[in-house]
Design a protein around this ligand. Structure first.
Ligand code: SAH
Ligand code: SF4
Length: 342
């Protein structure tokens, strides 16, 4: 096992079988985490990039089985910010010191191309990088957003297991999800993807496939989070993912894709009160604090136990900055694009 970790640290390659054996054996986790931390320091150094997350609509036309925003969930109070509110939250994020905002929502057709272009163009005036995370769109829509000034796009593949994907995403197709990722890459976006760890029926082998898929498509950012069963969804009685397995996946991703951006995800902190700081020591180099203001944070309930729902953007910014600084890392002042080194 030690020689496998060494190989990954040196060559940034592992076979599927090798990934599976690392994931299945917990005796060498500390070695794995330390190796990932060394590779993180060597390739992306000590800077942590903060991305301010604006959750602008919890209205969704999709019905993903695990997600609290799914359209059949009648137990959630729906909201949608106005374009003016979104632009204002972005401006406030810029004033706090953010260099990037992430605009995330359910798949809400109110935000058509015309409205999104207006929002993107207005936010670009604040000298912010923009990441969109608004689901599956046509190539033409992606192109229009890129032209308007969007820089990055987050669209998790969720799982590369096609059968499982089908069961979890009624009316959606794995083929279209992959088409989206290809289009985004071709259009010049920095592409973020990722998966959920611990979905019902998900195997360790399929998680290894996920990791190799991320490498194959040369993703620029990979976000992984544990599955957290939501009581308002059909998966409410399923077992969730574990913090430890998610952390191991983060570490292996860092070993195999040394120069990409890897967030310490919010869902990890839901399972462990220090989850993001731990992830930052095991390969991660990005945090996405919430910059949504007011009651909306609470209503954007993908999963239960979401952190910081009662906090303000200013509080979250200073809290995470202090924690990053006290861990010996620094908050980056740059836009934090991927610098390709391999
Ligand atoms: N609608 C967009 C963006 C919002 S959902 C999209 O689907 O791409 C953002 C992410 O939340 C999803 O990609 C999914 O991985 C995650 N998510 C949703 N429900 C979850 C749950 N119960 N546990 C863990 N992650 C979840
Ligand atoms: Fe909608 Fe995204 Fe949730 Fe699926 S994961 S139901 S697309 S918000």
């Amino acid at each position: 096992m030690r020689s496998l970790i060494e190989k990954a640290e040196k060559t940034h390659t592992l076979t599927k079988e090798e990934i599976v054996s690392i994931l299945k054996d917990d005796k060498y986790n500390e070695e794995l985490f330390k190796a990932a931390d060394r590779v993180r320091e060597k390739y992306v150094e000590n800077e942590v990039h903060l991305r301010g997350l604006i959750e602008f609509s919890n209205i969704c036309k999709q019905n993903c089985l695990y997600c609290g925003l799914r359209r059949d969930n009648k137990n959630i109070e729906r909201y949608r910010l106005t374009p003016e509110q979104i632009i204002n939250f972005a401006k406030n994020a810029h004033n706090l010191g953010y260099k990037t905002v992430v605009l995330q929502s359910g798949e809400d057709d109110f935000f058509n191309v015309e409205r999104m272009i207006k929002i993107i163009k207005s936010i670009k005036e604040f000298d912010l990088a923009i990441t969109l995370s608004i689901g599956e769109k046509t190539r033409e829509e992606y192109e229009a957003y890129k032209k308007a000034g969007a820089d990055r796009y987050l669209l998790r593949i969720e799982t590369t297991d096609e059968e499982l994907y089908k069961k979890l995403h009624p009316g959606m197709s794995h083929k279209n999800r992959k088409r989206c990722l290809t289009d985004l890459k071709e259009l010049g976006y920095e592409v973020g993807t990722g998966c959920i760890i611990g979905l019902p029926e998900q195997t360790i082998e399929s998680i290894a496939d996920d990791i190799l898929f991320f490498k194959k498509i040369d993703a620029d950012m990979i976000g992984v989070g544990p599955f957290i069963p939501n009581p308002d969804t059909p998966l409410k009685n399923e077992k969730g993912g574990t913090f430890e397995l998610t952390l191991k996946v983060v570490a292996i991703i860092r070993l195999l894709m040394p120069d990409i951006n890897i967030p310490a995800t919010t869902a990890m902190e839901t399972l462990n009160p220090n989850g993001r700081m731990i992830a930052l020591r095991c390969g991660a180099n990005v945090v996405m604090p919430n910059v949504t203001e007011g009651e909306y944070r609470k209503l954007y309930a993908l999963y239960p136990g979401k952190i910081c729902v009662a906090d303000t953007p200013a509080h979250c910014f200073s809290c995470i900055t202090a924690r990053i600084n006290s861990s010996g890392r620094v908050v980056s002042k740059s836009f934090g694009y991927r610098k390709k080194k391999v």
